[in-house]
Design a protein around this ligand. Structure first.
Ligand code: NAI
Length: 256
């Protein structure tokens, strides 16, 4: 069904997996996708946080379940997908949003920190794509990966983070070519500065730096987690049925 009924919810009847859904953009996405009619499997490491989020949304009448594990471990990611299939019977959409940050210039990054960010942001995205594509091969689906405006430009002092977010775009473009013939679309949301707990803390610690950053955003504000979630919801939905392999900045024009 390429044109969902208006008013029925953008994701009505769909089963969506959100990896990296315990906090920030991911947790708000679970809420938005559920409100748009999806059944949602939410995955991240913290079982307690996932249980609380699932309980809250279930109490609000939504169809949500969770699967705890580490995105950098192949067996855990396979379980995210297996649990989705066991609980909901299929997989129509996936939002691969788990990611960690890194601060400091490259010459100050430790080998251990480099390996960790590569394991979560790069290997983790690949593991998600591998398992989700296998699950979607027969019936098609839509996958959205979270990159960043740092995925297509440089910035100061972000260690290997920018490289990992460039890699997410690389995977997405290749996966779009390989899997389009199976009816699987693969796209990217690229948030600019977004009001997550980390950002709120940054504003508290260094308000002048936050003001400078926001002054370079044409819309003169940071994005909200809901604004990123709405963009991901649209890409996951059938409204975006001819959209494949794109990078959608959600950044108020910051990268324009
Ligand atoms: P966050 O730290 O609140 O969320 C990250 C999510 O990934 C959490 O659910 C966390 O539990 C999960 N996660 C981290 N490591 C994991 C692991 N090893 N295994 C499983 N789950 C893991 O941060 P935020 O800001 O919501 O970030 C979400 C995504 O958005 C990240 O990929 C980040 O790089 C990206 N992003 C954020 C921006 C911002 O300004 N907040 C800007 C551009 C991109």
């Amino acid at each position: 069904q390429a044109h969902p009924t208006p008013g029925a919810g953008l994701l009505a009847g769909k089963v969506v997996l959100v990896v990296g859904g315990s906090t920030g953009i991911g947790a708000d996405s679970v809420r938005v996708f559920a409100e748009e009619g999806a059944s949602v499997m939410v995955a991240a490491r913290s079982r307690d946080t996932l249980a609380a989020l699932t309980e809250e949304l279930t109490a609000a009448g939504h169809d949500v379940a969770y699967s705890a594990g580490d995105v950098s471990v192949g067996a855990d990611v396979a379980r995210f997908v297996d649990d989705t299939l066991a609980r909901f019977g299929r997989l129509d959409g996936a939002f691969n949003n788990a990611g960690i940050n890194q601060y400091g210039p490259l010459d100050e990054v430790s080998e251990e920190d480099f390996d960790r960010i590569m394991a979560v942001n790069v290997k983790g995205t690949w593991l998600c794509l591998r398992e989700e594509i296998r699950a979607m091969r027969e019936k098609g689906g839509s996958i959205v990966n979270t990159s960043s405006v740092g995925g297509f430009r440089g910035n100061t002092g972000l260690g290997a983070y920018q490289a990992t977010k460039h890699a997410v775009i690389g995977f997405t473009r290749t996966a779009a070519h390989d899997n389009g013939p199976f009816g699987i679309r693969v796209n990217v949301v690229a948030p600019g500065p977004t009001e997550t707990p980390m950002f709120v803390q940054w504003r508290h610690d260094d308000p002048a730096a936050v003001e400078r950053r926001i002054a370079s955003v044409p819309l003169r504000k940071a994005g909200t987690t809901t604004e990123v979630a709405n963009a991901a919801a649209w890409l996951l939905s059938d409204r975006a049925s001819q959209v494949n392999g794109v990078v959608l900045p959600v950044d108020g024009g910051y990268s324009a």
